[in-house]
Design a protein. Structure first.
Length: 65
């Protein structure tokens, strides 16, 4: 194996490693976005949703009486 072939193989390995790191970063970003979407759909926010309660629930409450 000559020096040029060895150098080319090292450069190729380094380029492959860089591509793998970029792919991992993009995958993690996509998974985080999907996790946030699911949590939003499930209603796991700081304030509970009143979408599925009966009429009059969650309205104004008179605490002066």
């Amino acid at each position: 194996m000559d020096v040029a072939a060895l150098a080319l193989s090292l450069i190729s390995l380094q380029a492959g490693n860089t591509q793998q790191q970029i792919g991992d970063t993009v995958l993690k970003s996509n998974l985080d976005a999907q996790r946030n979407d699911v949590l939003t759909l499930l209603g796991a926010s700081s304030a509970p949703s009143l979408a599925n309660v009966g009429p009059g629930v969650g309205g104004n409450l008179n605490i002066a009486a």
